[in-house]
Design a protein around this ligand. Sequence first.
Ligand code: 5RP
Length: 256
Amino acid sequence: METTQNTLSGSDNAKRAAAARALEMVENGMKVGLGTGSTAAWFVRLLSERIHREGLAIVGVATSSTTVFLAKDLGVPLTSLDEAGTLDLTVDGTDEFDAGLNLIKGGGAALLREKIVAAASNRLVVIADDSKRVAELGTFPLPVEVIRFGVEYTRSAVLDVLSKMDVAGAQVELRKVRDGALVTDEGHYILDLHLGRIGNPSRLSAALNALPGVVETGLFIGMADTVIVGKAEGWCEMHFRDAPMDTSELMRNEDA
Ligand code: 5RP
């Protein structure tokens, strides 16, 4: 059955509109990275509809076990990243994006696979609603994926790094679920860094990645090629990495 937007909230309409616009970039034969989260889930649902309606032949590479489950449930063909090699396109959500299309990701604890899949893609298209747009990154707590061994040492090393950085706050929390610490798909922990404002995201990213216990951070610097911002009314705003914000193209979504 097709997903309709008639009964959707404004936020879901916006996410759906962004996902529908990203879907227009998918062509027959493509290898497509499938993101994680509620916005990326809209893309997987709409992709599944096109596969079943038009016989669109694509193969997906999922960025999390949650997305594997959803894609399988909806009949979207999947393969592994190793089998696929380079991907044509990845469509993923974000927790924040700034004017330079730098991102904070990992709210859904999938940042490591998301970053690897994005790096293996010719194009990273980010889909979002207006709530994800920020003047400066850092309001959303920055997720950092860390090795479980010695997590308290790594936490104190992260605090030491933060004391030398241009950030507004420096609280570091181990992400928890009901029965204890959250364990990622790759078997690691997540530290959430409450920073308020990140003055120099590239410098912070490099300093955190230099710590032995850190696997990867949720800072995606210079990786997104396009950010599509869906609106509750069903249209989209397009932002391209190499174009200044004020030349963004406004798109009306035909099936919105
Ligand atoms: C998961 C992510 C998600 O893309 C991010 O958290 C956005 O999720 P949502 O679309 O549900 O707001 O990075 O690790």
